[in-house]
Design a protein around this ligand. Structure first.
Ligand code: F6P
Length: 371
């Protein structure tokens, strides 16, 4: 973290990177309006940092002026009007060599040069763990910036919560409510796979709120036999159906996570654990099972009012922080306050579900199994 001598800002840029999350547009609107109010010019970088690294691919050069008109009526919209990308990480940018091999190169210097070329005084960069690591490097290379944390997974440390999480949990809870009646009618096991690469926050919160019977999360490798025991126990008590929520990053005891593909310059794609769990339940218990993968539905739609408020507060706080001379920091929610924490500290570790936390104990008290 550094506190720059407070040089006045004339031109600020905003970028959104990584997987999208409901609330990104609210951040953009709040940051743009707060900056415009101070007389700053505001620009949006398109598609993460792609707009600055490959401006020739855009008719207007990868940079768009963000006027009041451009950010009007977007608080309630999912996605991001600037576009985003979770491939081609500029720290490990994949370049295909003439012999077909792929080499990963560091293009962060080009980003710093690109912003200087456009006379951008400061950057507000919105993103998850990958984007925060990039922001940390850019800031250490001299770019004045403030990061805004974003992920539906809620696994970023040093902030109580990230926007997008509440929307994802609300959607998953609604899906669980709907699945109860059909699971009960057919006497089936319904396995619902939700996002959550490293942390099981979405599975835990939606599973508890949506009355799941089993919740499988990355923090607690599961034993499929314990899952089956829970199903059979329910059968004996007269409940012929069971709802299992599984986070995509959950893994069996002694086994690995389910990966769909690994591509250079991006995090591996996860998926398939729901099918695996369902197949094993069927094989061991003979119960009919069905799988529902909520996947990207969790990232879409209109942000809840909680996520809108968090996002608006983060966007406005980023501008206030820059004005005060902050740089190399991330805005964070520490209820009831929004504060600034060094990016370096925030990317040190992921925020995992503590198995001894009140919410896990509540779930256990209600008879929910963690496998
Ligand atoms: O934002 C994080 C996340 O939602 C993870 O839970 C998930 O593994 C990943 O994004 C999926 O990203 P993609 O858009 O590349 O499929």
């Amino acid at each position: 973290m550094s506190t720059n001598p407070i040089t006045p800002i004339k031109k600020v840029a905003i970028s959104t990177g990584g997987g999208d999350a409901p609330g990104l547009n609210a951040v953009i609107r709040a940051a743009a309006l707060s900056a415009l109010k101070r007389g700053w010019e505001v620009y949006g970088v398109l598609d993460g940092f792609h707009g600055i690294l490959s401006p020739e691919e855009y008719p207007d050069g990868g940079f768009v002026p963000l006027t009041r008109h451009k950010v009007r009526g977007i608080t309630h919209l999912g996605g991001t009007i600037l576009g985003t990308s979770n491939r081609n990480n500029p720290m490990r940018y994949p370049v295909t060599r003439p012999d077909g091999t792929i080499e990963e190169v560091d293009r962060t210097d080009e980003i710093v040069r690109g912003f200087r070329m456009h006379h951008i005084d400061a950057l507000i960069t919105v993103g998850g763990d990958g984007s925060l690591a990039i922001a940390d490097v850019l800031s250490k290379k001299g770019l004045r910036l403030i990061a805004v944390p974003k992920t539906i997974d809620n696994d970023l440390d040093k902030t109580d919560v990230t926007f997008g999480f509440d929307t994802a949990v609300s959607f998953a809870t609604d899906a669980l409510d709907r699945l109860h009646s059909t699971a009960a009618s057919h006497g089936r096991v319904m396995v619902v796979e939700v996002m959550g690469r490293y942390a099981g926050w979405i599975a835990l919160h939606s599973g508890l709120a949506g009355s799941a019977d089993v919740i499988l999360i990355p923090e607690h490798p599961y034993d499929i036999h314990r899952v089956v025991e829970k199903i059979q126990d329910r059968e004996q008590r007269g409940s012929k159906f069971t709802i299992v929520v599984v986070a995509e990053g959950a893994s069996p005891k002694g086994g690995g996570i389910s990966v769909i593909e690994k591509e250079a310059g991006r995090a591996e794609r996860l998926g398939g654990v729901g099918e695996k769990v369902a197949a094993e339940i069927h094989a061991i218990s003979g119960k009919e099972t069905r799988v529902v993968v909520l996947g990207h539905l969790l990232r879409g739609g209109s942000p809840t009012s909680f996520d809108r408020l968090t996002a608006l507060r983060f966007g406005a706080a980023a501008v206030r922080g820059l004005e005060e001379g902050q740089s190399g920091v991330m805005v964070a929610l520490d209820p009831p306050h929004v504060k600034y924490v060094p990016i370096e500290e925030a990317i040190g570790k992921m925020k995992m579900v503590p198995m001894e936390s009140d919410i896990v104990r509540t779930a256990r008290d209600l008879g929910i199994s963690f496998g």
